[in-house]
Design a protein around this ligand. Sequence first.
Ligand code: GLA
Length: 393
Amino acid sequence: MNITTLNKVFLDVFHVLPKHAFFAPGRINLIGEHTDYNGGHVFPCAITYGTYAVARKREDQLVRLYSENFPDKGIIEFNLNELTFDQKHNWANYPKGMIRYIMEAGYEIPTGFECAIEGDIPNGAGLSSSASIELLTGVLVNGLYGLEIPRLDLIKIGKRVENEFIGVNSGIMDQFAVGMGMKDAGILLDCQTLRYEYAPIQLDDYKILIMNTNKRRELADSKYNERRSECDQALELLQQKLSIDALGQLTEEEFTENQHLIANETIRRRAKHAVYENIRTLKALNELKGGNLEAFGRLMNESHISLRDDYEVTGVELDSLVEAAWKQPGVIGARMTGAGFGGCAIAIVENSEVENFITNVGAAYQGKIGYSADFYVASIGDGAKEIALESVK
Ligand code: GLA
């Protein structure tokens, strides 16, 4: 994938040349899963896989969008005066929602535009292709119309699109990682206060591998919302005694002392995950800062076990990949990443073992699940930005 090819696509589809180019990454989360909507910490990073766009302003009020990933959908067209969700507009509802909420926030988008998009984030893999399109649209209108929308506002608008326009009740991690990513750094984000810090990630002798279950995530949204409401119930019960606003404010000890307030055993386990995972994330950052990668890896493993046994969002596909990964030589740690119920896992693997790892884990997965997994080496890259537009050759 490169911009020169996308320029040709744009020329073919719109019969003129684009004037600007943009990129927004996907993300992986290293640790801190299902903690963002519980006011806890997350530790994601942007990856170099992402979504590219080339674009040009129009004179009228039309927005015309084309995606090389969904060529059968053709050009999707709408007017700046009618920015409502429309099922048949498919993927274009993400840019549409962004444009609508950016305008509602008081920014002027005086004309429509044409845009061609192409992404190399594996489809439906839980690597935040939707947050990538949201932030891509944000930097695109910023660039085309010189709007100077602060980055954090774009991130919040992206989350609003997901929650209100699309109807997925997700937290802020994905948009934050895609919007604020930095090459070779993870972002430790406190989701309650939105305070954050970058932590350099230099894995000289190791690679981060992404393992894709290739499992369709059909149940993901309903189960995701179910977990959110289970955590809300737990919080309410704890609030009978404790003055807290979020599960992420509890220490392990405070939770242990007060867990009897949650009579239902399932709800108690959900809350336990949220509390312990948050603390684990802070411990993991400290280990990384201290150069103790082995300890970081052990915390990744514990995170997966907690997501498997207490939060119950892994499933046989993710468990098979991760459990096979744990058995391989040269593996520092492995866990699911993102919402779960399919999608991707990650593993930190010694350079010299990567090939073996892929062969062995791939075979174990195929043997157990009956179809194959995909493996990609992740590089940590920058957040959403305007990039140089090369001319069509
Ligand atoms: C999805 C959501 C995020 C976060 C993760 C789980 O990726 O979009 O907000 O809740 O799941 O950590």
